[in-house]
Ligand binder design. Structure first.
Ligand SMILES: [Zn+2]
Length: 122
C-alpha cells in the first residue's frame, strides 16, 4: 500500500478539537492558567454569593451569573487571578459579548481598567 501523501491542513480549517489544541498550545491549557480544582471551589462559592449577572443588572435584566469573570484580565498574573476584588459574576452572553468587547478596547488603550467593571463595587 502506498504511503499517504502529506497534506497541508491549515489550522483554521482543522477540526474543532485541533483548533482547541492549537489555541491551548498558544496560551496554555485552562489548568495551566490556574483554572484548577481550587478555582472551581472558589468559583462556586463566589457564584453562590453573587448569583446574578452584574452586566445584565446594569441593563435592567435579571439573569443568573454562570461565569466568574476577572475584571482586569489576569494574563497569567496569579495575584490578579486570586484577588477577590478582581471578580464579577457574569452570564455567558455578557462575558463573551460585552465584556470581551470592553477587554478589547482596554487592551488597545481606548478605555480605563475601571471601565471593565459593571455596576458598583460591593
Ligand atoms: Zn449578563
Amino acid at each position: 500500500m502506498p504511503e499517504a501523501i502529506p497534506t497541508y491542513r491549515p489550522v483554521h480549517l482543522g477540526t474543532r478539537r485541533a483548533r482547541r489544541r492549537e489555541h491551548d498550545a498558544r496560551r496554555g491549557s485552562a489548568r495551566s492558567r490556574g483554572y484548577n480544582t481550587r478555582w472551581e471551589k472558589s468559583r462556586k462559592v463566589y457564584l453562590a454569593e453573587h448569583p446574578l449577572c452584574v452586566c445584565c443588572e446594569v441593563h435592567g435584566r435579571v439573569t443568573p451569573a454562570t461565569v466568574v469573570d476577572h475584571v482586569i484580565p489576569h494574563q497569567g498574573d496569579m495575584v490578579l487571578f486570586w484577588d477577590p476584588d478582581n471578580r464579577q459574576g457574569l452570564c455567558e452572553d455578557c462575558h463573551n459579548g460585552e465584556k470581551a468587547h470592553l477587554e478589547h478596547l482596554w487592551a488597545k488603550g481606548n478605555i480605563d481598567a475601571s471601565q471593565l467593571r459593571f455596576g458598583a463595587v460591593v
